[in-house]
Design a protein around this ligand. Structure first.
Ligand code: NAI
Length: 464
């Protein structure tokens, strides 16, 4: 079988690349070893975790939020199997959606593990153990994503010591969940189980949570999460995790160690590129010191005709970054000018409230020596937020001191993950704080806080 394009891996990078290439008239095949499409994101990542985040938010709201609005519902009861069934149904709906999209776009699906045996040749070992078949593609795209990273000496058994995969499928609410790593996964899944009744302790190596996010926003997120009951042990290096859930750690700077007894330990210390079994070393596709496939600005690896996108290459490990790369590469392969603007990739942490960011943080700008102005606006001064009892958080706009161009926008607040996109669009067009400030925003909306923060850049916010 011979194709214009063979994509290995059908996560958000791979499936989007395949569909876009098919739209542009290429003959496309995908190779997938999981049995369902959508990769980590749809099967065990973004989508199931959002189902649980939403459901646990509703549980929390029913227990602690509704009475304040004059809605009495009594004490809510947790039906964890039903909540998990909702999550599973959500996953099923999404992954079968990709089957439909592949059929619609006439993308051939080959289930099995793919190995690149030579440029243009992919050997597929079918899941049912049947004979290996070789398919050919003028271009081959590696879109194999990433896998959970662990710490030396820690064994993830997905029962007592779990990764995000196990943490979205616990059979009961743990009495004490100890989370290693105060990054995105640790805070999102820590929030889920905390809301459902677990005591949650987060142990983090750095002296702050959410590395990479604007520090002021991260500090506010920490305060809010602490109010919700999450406990943080910052600046602590985990030295051992026993199979029965004892987590030992000591100050990163050295000092006396401490041990916590966990019902469940969630290891959330990052992810690593996944290239196992692809045969890269045999054909000369280079990887860097962190195991990422080396690419140039056009996603070309060190071997002609082989490309790579998504978590397996440099850049933030985000589904939407992978999707953008998939589209750009498909367009380039079809002779168009596909392009990804890495300066405008939003990031969202789906805690409650959400944390969302696009562009530079204050720390980035200081490090780069860029003179900037800051405009901030709190949701406590936003009418809609007050009416909904969602007034935690603020919007922060960072603009170039000379040109007024918006360089970064950071939001912590309910619905931040939706609001961030007006900033992303503005930044794609090279817009200024003035542009944002002069754009009429509907009243009453949470988004008015974005406009007010833009006004605040020149100290002319109306409502503070
Ligand atoms: P992360 O990189 O966001 O956070 C890992 C945290 O673990 C960091 O704060 C790090 O300092 C800490 N850490 C590392 N070693 C440690 C040690 N020995 N002891 C204590 N703390 C330690 O990684 P995370 O949360 O596992 O997520 C993995 C990837 O998945 C990330 O790239 C993330 O962007 C992505 N993701 C994105 C989501 C979103 O966009 N909402 C949701 C879930 C995951």
């Amino acid at each position: 079988m011979s194709y214009d394009l063979v994509v290995i891996g059908t996560g958000p990078g791979g499936y989007v690349c395949a569909i876009r290439a098919a739209q542009l008239g290429l003959k496309v095949a995908v190779v997938e070893k999981r049995g369902t499409h959508g990769g980590t994101c749809l099967n065990v990542g973004c989508i199931p975790s959002k189902a649980l985040l939403h459901a646990s938010e509703m549980f929390e709201e029913a227990g602690h939020g509704l009475a304040k609005l004059g809605v009495k519902v009594g004490t809510p009861e947790l039906d964890l199997p039903a909540m998990m069934a909702h999550k599973d149904a959500t996953v099923k709906g999404n992954v079968t959606g990709i089957d439909f999209l592949f059929k619609k776009n006439k993308v051939d699906v080959h289930y099995g593990a793919g190995r690149i045996v030579a440029p243009g040749k992919v050997a597929v070992s079918p899941l049912d153990g049947s004979e290996v078949k070789v398919i050919e593609g003028k271009a081959v795209v590696i879109a194999t994503g990433s896998d959970v990273a662990s710490l030396p000496g820690i064994v993830i058994d997905e029962k007592k010591v779990v990764s995000s995969t196990g943490a979205i499928a616990l059979a009961e609410v743990p009495a004490h969940l100890v989370v290693i790593g105060a990054g995105v996964i640790g805070l999102e899944l820590g929030s889920v189980w905390g809301r459902l009744g677990a005591k949650v302790t987060v142990v983090e190596y750095l002296d702050r949570i959410l590395p990479g996010m604007d520090l002021e926003v991260a500090k506010q997120a920490q305060r809010t999460l602490e109010k919700q009951g999450l406990a943080f042990k910052l600046g602590q290096k985990v030295t051992a995790v026993s199979a029965d859930g004892k987590v030992t750690f000591e100050p990163a700077a050295g000092g006396a160690s401490e041990t916590l007894d966990a019902s469940i330990v969630l290891v959330a210390v990052g992810r690593k590129p996944y290239t196992a079994g692809l045969g890269l070393e045999d054909i000369g596709v280079a990887v860097d010191a962190r195991g990422r496939v080396v690419i140039d600005h056009h996603f070309k690896t060190t071997v002609a005709g082989i490309y790579a996108i998504g978590d397996v290459v440099v850049g933030p490990m985000l589904a939407h970054k992978a999707e953008e790369e998939g589209v750009a590469l498909a367009e380039q392969l079809a002779g168009q000018a596909g392009h990804v603007n890495y300066d405008v990739i939003p990031g969202v942490v789906y805690t409650q409230p959400e944390v969302a960011a696009v562009g530079k943080t204050e720390e980035d700008l200081k490090a780069a020596g860029v003179a900037y102005k800051v405009g901030k606006f709190p949701f406590t001064a936003n009418g809609r937020a007050k009416a909904q009892l969602k007034s935690d958080g603020f919007v922060k706009v960072l603009a170039d001191a000379t040109t007024d161009r918006v360089l970064g926008v950071h939001i912590i607040g309910a619905g931040a993950g939706e609001m961030i996109h007006e900033a992303a669009v503005l930044m794609e067009f090279g817009g200024s704080a003035e542009d944002l400030a002069r754009t009429c925003h509907a009243h009453p909306t949470m988004s008015e806080a974005v406009k007010e923060a833009a006004l605040a850049v020149d100290k002319r916010a109306i409502h503070i």
